[in-house]
Design a protein around this ligand. Structure first.
Ligand code: FES
Length: 92
Protein backbone atom coordinates (compact mmCIF):
# COMPACT_ATOMS: atom_id res chain seq x y z
CA UNK A 1 0.00 0.00 0.00
CA UNK A 2 2.02 2.99 -1.27
CA UNK A 3 1.90 5.77 1.30
CA UNK A 4 -1.08 4.33 3.15
CA UNK A 5 -0.96 3.20 6.76
CA UNK A 6 -3.45 0.70 8.09
CA UNK A 7 -4.86 1.97 11.40
CA UNK A 8 -7.06 -1.01 12.19
CA UNK A 9 -10.75 -1.74 11.96
CA UNK A 10 -13.38 0.79 13.00
CA UNK A 11 -14.49 -1.66 15.70
CA UNK A 12 -10.95 -1.82 17.14
CA UNK A 13 -10.63 1.96 17.15
CA UNK A 14 -14.03 2.38 18.78
CA UNK A 15 -13.35 -0.22 21.48
CA UNK A 16 -9.69 0.50 22.27
CA UNK A 17 -9.60 4.31 22.45
CA UNK A 18 -6.87 6.51 20.96
CA UNK A 19 -4.34 4.52 18.93
CA UNK A 20 -0.83 5.63 18.09
CA UNK A 21 0.21 4.42 14.64
CA UNK A 22 3.29 4.63 12.48
CA UNK A 23 4.63 8.05 11.66
CA UNK A 24 3.57 9.80 14.87
CA UNK A 25 -0.11 9.82 14.00
CA UNK A 26 -2.84 9.29 16.57
CA UNK A 27 -6.25 7.99 15.55
CA UNK A 28 -9.44 8.70 17.49
CA UNK A 29 -12.92 7.29 17.12
CA UNK A 30 -15.60 9.89 17.83
CA UNK A 31 -19.35 9.81 17.06
CA UNK A 32 -19.15 7.12 14.38
CA UNK A 33 -16.19 8.75 12.64
CA UNK A 34 -12.47 8.20 12.75
CA UNK A 35 -10.06 11.16 12.94
CA UNK A 36 -6.28 11.12 12.52
CA UNK A 37 -4.04 13.85 13.90
CA UNK A 38 -0.37 14.57 14.37
CA UNK A 39 0.41 13.11 17.79
CA UNK A 40 2.52 16.12 18.83
CA UNK A 41 0.70 19.00 20.45
CA UNK A 42 1.50 22.10 18.33
CA UNK A 43 2.15 24.07 21.52
CA UNK A 44 5.22 22.24 22.91
CA UNK A 45 4.95 18.71 21.56
CA UNK A 46 3.24 16.70 24.30
CA UNK A 47 2.00 13.32 22.95
CA UNK A 48 -1.71 13.80 22.30
CA UNK A 49 -2.59 10.10 22.52
CA UNK A 50 -2.15 10.73 26.26
CA UNK A 51 -4.69 13.55 26.19
CA UNK A 52 -8.40 13.21 26.81
CA UNK A 53 -11.27 13.40 24.34
CA UNK A 54 -14.68 14.64 25.45
CA UNK A 55 -17.50 15.81 23.17
CA UNK A 56 -15.08 16.03 20.22
CA UNK A 57 -12.61 18.23 22.08
CA UNK A 58 -9.14 16.83 22.62
CA UNK A 59 -7.36 18.29 25.65
CA UNK A 60 -3.58 18.17 25.90
CA UNK A 61 -2.64 17.27 29.44
CA UNK A 62 0.47 19.41 29.63
CA UNK A 63 -0.85 22.99 29.34
CA UNK A 64 -4.47 22.15 28.60
CA UNK A 65 -4.68 23.35 24.99
CA UNK A 66 -7.93 22.12 23.46
CA UNK A 67 -8.55 21.09 19.85
CA UNK A 68 -11.61 20.13 17.85
CA UNK A 69 -10.75 16.69 16.44
CA UNK A 70 -13.12 17.19 13.50
CA UNK A 71 -11.67 20.47 12.20
CA UNK A 72 -8.27 20.64 13.91
CA UNK A 73 -9.05 24.13 15.15
CA UNK A 74 -7.76 25.14 18.53
CA UNK A 75 -10.02 26.18 21.34
CA UNK A 76 -7.31 27.67 23.53
CA UNK A 77 -3.46 27.69 23.52
CA UNK A 78 -1.48 26.50 20.54
CA UNK A 79 -2.01 26.33 16.83
CA UNK A 80 -4.27 24.44 14.50
CA UNK A 81 -3.78 20.68 14.43
CA UNK A 82 -2.62 18.87 11.34
CA UNK A 83 -5.28 16.39 10.26
CA UNK A 84 -4.80 13.29 8.11
CA UNK A 85 -7.26 11.73 5.73
CA UNK A 86 -8.89 8.48 6.79
CA UNK A 87 -10.29 6.17 4.16
CA UNK A 88 -12.32 3.14 5.19
CA UNK A 89 -11.83 -0.12 3.34
CA UNK A 90 -13.12 -3.63 3.57
CA UNK A 91 -10.82 -6.42 4.71
CA UNK A 92 -12.93 -9.44 3.67
S1 FES B 1 2.26 20.98 24.99
FE1 FES B 1 0.14 20.78 24.72
S2 FES B 1 -0.66 22.53 25.63
FE2 FES B 1 1.45 22.75 25.86
Amino acid sequence: MNGWIQAGSVEELRDQGPKLIKGGIVVFYHEDQVHALDNRCPHLGFPLHMGSLCNGILTCHWHHARFDVCSGERSTLGQMMFLYTILPFMTD
